[in-house]
Design a protein around this ligand. Structure first.
Ligand code: HSE
Length: 309
């Protein structure tokens, strides 16, 4: 294979209760990337569209990952990359993760599938570190594995792929403001009271169990965040109004997508998802702040190959 075009999905990290340890992939929003094998060794970015990102190969999350992989694999070829961003950096939908994970997946195809999904996640985490200073796994693992994932352990890295109940839909609103992950991590509490920790880890167990058993009530009851949401919601204009309008329309739960400002709502079925979409739309139109709003299925497979030759 000498050429590859892929789709790398946007992702919702944390999923309310699972700060830094849970995430899921979105179906309709993501980046398209191409990978062309070159005789000349090394990596080069030839085109970036959809966002203003650096072409510096050591500072761009995608090229930094490809460079590391080619070096570690001792490859006798190079790769030229193009990146089309399908959604904005700083949205909380795993923009740098889509680039980093897409890069790991694409380079691996040209390397003859040398690396496992777990190894690709580690390479992609390096891209996250390049992009935002923290080697977080929740977004990149969700993009690579697809569906829902649990980062059961960081050291050693252990990723558990979780099932996706088929009626699950996500409605997400991206207010057109940027929240940097670094800033959103700085407002987090350094310690949490034991009584809140108990509620939080019980909810992670509840959410995982609900996904396995298709128990939408259990999923709904478990979508509670006492760790990041109380500290971060002040960075997102009208967060409470959006959350309430989603819940009033029948959403199973709503919370901050990753580090924000995107707010996600999980819903059972298309009909409720449409009602949630409509309610959030009406709520946010009154604020005067520009926004994007979408409905998607949860993407069970993660990366997609669009074309190869
Ligand atoms: N889990 C991360 C956070 C996701 O919430 O900070 C952002 O990369």
């Amino acid at each position: 294979m000498d050429y590859l075009k892929i789709f790398s999905p946007a992702t919702v990290a944390n999923v309310s209760c699972g700060f830094d340890s849970m995430g899921f992939a979105v179906d309709d929003i993501g980046d398209e990337m191409t990978f062309t094998k070159t005789k000349e060794k090394g990596v080069k970015i030839t085109n970036i569209t959809g966002a203003d990102l650096t072409y510096n190969v050591d500072k761009n999350a995608a090229s930094a990952v490809v460079k590391k992989m080619l070096l570690e694999a001792n490859a006798n070829f190079g790769i030229e990359l193009t990146i089309h961003k399908g959604f904005s950096p700083g949205s909380g939908l795993g923009s740098s993760a889509a680039s980093a994970a897409g890069a790991a997946f694409g380079a691996n195809q040209l390397l003859g599938n040398k690396y496992s999904e777990l190894e690709l996640t580690k390479f992609a985490m390096f891209g996250e570190e390049v992009a935002c200073g923290s080697a977080i796994a929740d977004n990149v693992a969700a993009a690579i594995y697809g569906g829902f994932v649990l980062v059961r352990s960081y050291q050693p890295l252990e990723i558990v792929k979780l099932p996706v109940p088929t009626a699950l839909r996500v409605v997400a609103i991206h207010p057109q403001i940027e929240v940097k992950t670094k800033d959103a991590r700085e407002v987090l509490p350094k310690e949490i009271p034991l009584k809140n920790a108990i509620i939080q880890w019980a909810n992670v167990g509840g959410l995982v169990s609900g996904l396995f058993t298709n128990d939408y009530t259990l999923i709904s009851n478990s979508l509670v965040d006492l760790v990041a949401e109380p500290a971060r919601k002040n960075l997102i204009p009208h967060f409470d109004n959006v959350k309430n309008s989603a819940l009033n329309a029948g959403a199973l739960g709503a919370g901050i997508s990753g580090s924000g400002p995107t707010i996600f709502a999980l819903c059972k079925g298309d009909e409720i998802a449409q009602k949630v979409y409509k309610n959030i739309n009406e709520t946010y139109q009154k604020t005067g702040i520009d926004f994007e709003l979408f409905i998607s299925k949860v993407n069970p497979e993660g990366m997609k190959i669009i074309y190869k030759q």
